[in-house]
Design a protein around this ligand. Structure first.
Ligand code: PLP
Ligand code: COI
Length: 341
């Protein structure tokens, strides 16, 4: 298979249209058979549920070329399960989990020419999403939906790659107590746009959101969960009902315990503790693990001892092990790697 002529090493995290996408329509109470199509545009009613009341949710995962030349995805069953829980919370009919995995595989396969080569530093980002496509004007769920999957080759989510980030404590919340913070709803991202644009204007890479009820506990950023490392090498990660259950974070907990023999605490993390940590990273499909060097709380700077030039040593080990598993250099736990071809 001849690859597209793309400068893989210099890709950022932006949309590149690829050849094929998957679409299935939900109508009269059932999903149709679905198909791969070429047209990247969507034509829907001006009054569609997604356009009027943001009835949409999505997933994000990546396809990798492994060291021995296979194309694989990482734990797509967990994306399927999370999309199911997002759909249930948004009154969207669930797209069956085994069909989700099949649709992702078919879409990646159909865009094989865009799957970055092993060692290029890039990956193929896969974006499954569902939206209400029929018209609604009173506030209600739509009757018809589309489930789609597209792919786009990507490089690092943050411009500097592995350069430590500077983040700030946000004055805005991304989630409400008992709200939708734990699902991957488009609306969570819409409401974070003002905060991220403002953060960028002020020179910060991301926002650290605190818990919306008490503003004393660390939640997550706009697109990643937090991992901290204590001075005695314990991995600590916030537990909260209003953060997205990151598949990367859950995988890193296993990597830390079972591959690196580290102690892991998944618990509430008070912001007051942050000044005592040795390392901090943002973890997610897009972010992988992006190190944080500095956290600014209304002018008060917390400078992580790991510094502003490279990843801390534990973060680096976690990063190398996780990406080693994803790229086939390190044996994966049973069921983590889904081979497409
Ligand atoms: N938190 C938020 C708000 C996200 O958007 C993401 C990205 O998916 C994550 C965390 C990381 O989740 P995952 O590791 O499943 O990609
Ligand atoms: C992902 O990591 O897949 C996400 O959806 C995060 C988003 C900010 C790109």
């Amino acid at each position: 298979m001849e690859k597209k002529n793309i400068d893989w090493a210099n890709l950022g995290f932006s949309y590149v249209e690829t050849d094929k996408r998957y679409v299935s329509h939900y109508k009269d109470g059932a999903w149709d058979d679905g198909a791969l199509i070429s047209d990247a545009t969507v034509a829907i009613s001006e009054c569609a549920g997604v356009l009027q009341y943001a009835q949409t949710c999505f997933e994000g995962l990546k396809a990798y070329t492994t060291e021995d030349g296979h194309i694989v995805t990482f734990r797509p069953d967990l994306n399927a399960a999370r999309l199911k829980s997002s759909c249930e919370r948004l009154e969207i009919p669930v797209f069956p989990e085994e069909r989700f995995i099949q649709a992702v595989s078919e879409t990646v396969d159909a865009n094989e020419a865009y799957v970055p080569p092993y060692g290029s530093g890039a990956t193929l980002y896969v974006r499954p999403f569902i939206f209400g496509s029929s018209s609604v004007i009173g506030v209600a769920p739509a009757d018809e939906y589309q489930f789609r999957v597209f792919t786009t080759p990507v490089g690092p989510y943050f411009k500097g790659g592995a350069k430590p980030l500077t983040i700030r404590v946000s004055d805005f919340d991304r989630a409400a107590p008992h709200g939708t913070g734990h699902i991957k709803a488009g609306l969570n991202y819409a409401m974070s746009l003002y905060a991220i644009v403002d953060a960028h204007k002020k020179g910060f890479d991301e926002n650290m959101y605190l818990d919306p009820a008490t503003r004393t506990k660390v939640e997550e950023t706009g697109g990643a969960n937090f991992l901290f490392v204590t001075k005695d090498n314990k991995v600590v990660t916030p537990k909260s009902d209003s953060i997205l259950p990151s598949i990367t974070r859950r995988s890193l907990v296993t990597v830390a315990k079972d591959y690196l023999g580290l102690e892991v605490e998944e618990r509430e993390v008070f912001f007051d503790e942050v000044k005592d940590f040795a390392e901090c990273g943002l973890c997610g499909t897009a972010a992988v693990i992006s190190p944080v060097g500095k956290i600014v709380d209304h002018g008060n700077e917390i400078c992580l001892p790991s510094g502003m030039t490279e990843m801390g040593p534990v973060t680096k080990k976690l990063y190398d092990t996780l990406t080693g598993i994803q790229m086939g250099r390190i044996e994966a736990p049973e069921g983590w790697i889904h081979v497409i071809k």
